[in-house]
Design a protein around this ligand. Structure first.
Ligand code: CP3
Length: 340
């Protein structure tokens, strides 16, 4: 994976799955019975164990730290609750000037030290078997939760906040950006090999709004990080801006399943690594279908400068055997089959 992100030639594409830690493994569900979500995040031994589970059980080529993008708004002063089967709830979201005035750019070493401790412990336990990916939410996606206060299909209140109070929205986006830069730099200093920025809700914005509200801040983060650590930007649904995202200097770009690999390559340009893009719902298909479709995906990406992955997070209830078949199919792929 590191070689692909550095632009080197590989024998086969590396493979991991977004949201591979947690969600579907019985071994994770057992820990979920005993400890609350934030206990799992904040206890380095638990975060480390959950991070390594898919490496041992599924055989992925990279580990992603068990944590959440919402630890950043939490560190900035907002209460975040994770309510079983409801998802995240922020009981006091930002709507007014006085809400905004409660928000601070935190000292990340003070508020998020547990993340860096989890990184250090996980790096030690992994012992260089596979690289460790750290992550953060992109500022627009974090603003979505800070303003909406919960999950949403449209994030209409977050958008309305940007369109009715643009000055405050941009000040908030800048505060999230500054926090995220400091946070990711410390993750890198603690030992992560790669940082992925998740802009899960980038696709809710028009191309022009995406550039002003999201890409502008993603660009600042990438430019601040790219000489210290390898960076992947995943903005779901924002295929229209792949070229501009590539121009930030990021080493890799995540691709969802709504664009053909060949078209993504055309838009992003040569050289940059592309990561994706299997529809996670397709992991519910019979294993024979998964194998055939994964092989097709690998051919469509052309073998080099590709990190095999899903086009978004693995879904809860995905059969473990099916996740294994996805990974195994990539690992068995022969470079002779691959057009270089
Ligand atoms: O591989 C991993 O899962 C590593 C850790 C990880 C989590 N969240 C743990 C988690 C990562 C990389 C994330 C990112 C994240 N969190 C995103 C961006 C990626 C994406 O899927 O779009 C977003 C939007 C969130 C916010 C969030 N956290 C939501 C919407 C939820 C509820 C539902 C869910 O599972 O997505 C969470 C809770 C959460 N974060 C869980 C896990 C394993 C579920 C907690 C549980 O029920 O055990």
């Amino acid at each position: 994976m590191l070689r692909v992100l550095r632009g080197e030639t590989v024998e086969r594409p590396p493979v991991w799955m977004m949201r591979q830690a947690g969600r579907y493994l019985p071994e994770y569900m057992a820990l979920r019975e005993k400890y609350s979500f934030f206990e799992r995040c904040q206890t380095p031994e638990l975060a480390c164990e959950i991070t390594i589970q898919p490496v041992d059980i599924i055989g992925v080529d990279a580990a992603i730290l068990f944590s959440d993008i919402l630890v950043v708004p939490q560190a900035m002063g907002l209460e975040v609750q994770l309510v079983e089967s409801k998802g995240p709830i922020l009981p006091e979201p930002i709507r007014t000037r006085s809400d905004f005035n409660r928000i601070r750019i935190p000292n990340v070493n003070e508020k998020l030290q547990y993340v860096f401790d989890a990184v250090k412990l996980t790096k030690k336990e992994l012992n260089d078997r596979v690289p460790l990916i750290g992550f953060a939410g992109a500022p627009w996606t974090i603003l979505c939760y800070m303003v909406q206060g919960k999950g949403s299909k449209t994030f209409d209140e977050a958008k309305a906040f940007c369109y009715t109070q643009p000055e405050m929205a941009h000040r908030l986006l800048q505060m999230i950006t500054d926090t995220t830069i400091a946070y990711c730099k410390e993750q890198a200093a603690a030992g992560v090999d790669v940082v992925q920025l998740f802009d899960s809700w980038g696709g809710l914005l028009s191309p022009n709004d995406f550039k002003n509200i999201s890409l502008k801040y993603i660009g600042q983060i990438v430019r601040a990080l790219k000489d210290e650590v390898l960076v992947i930007v995943f903005a779901k649904g924002a295929w229209h801006s792949l070229k501009q995202m590539a121009d930030t200097g990021t080493h890799g770009l995540g691709i969802d399943w709504c664009i053909e690999p060949q078209m993504a390559r055309k838009l992003a340009g040569s050289g940059i690594a592309l990561q994706g893009n299997f529809d996670p719902a397709k992991l519910f298909a019979p294993i024979s279908v998964i194998k055939k479709e994964v092989s097709q995906m690998l051919e469509d990406f052309g073998g080099q400068a590709h990190i095999a992955n899903l086009g978004h997070g693995i879904l809860p209830n995905t059969p473990v055997d099916h996740a294994k078949a996805f990974v195994q199919t990539v690992k068995e792929y022969k470079i002779e089959n691959v057009k270089v």
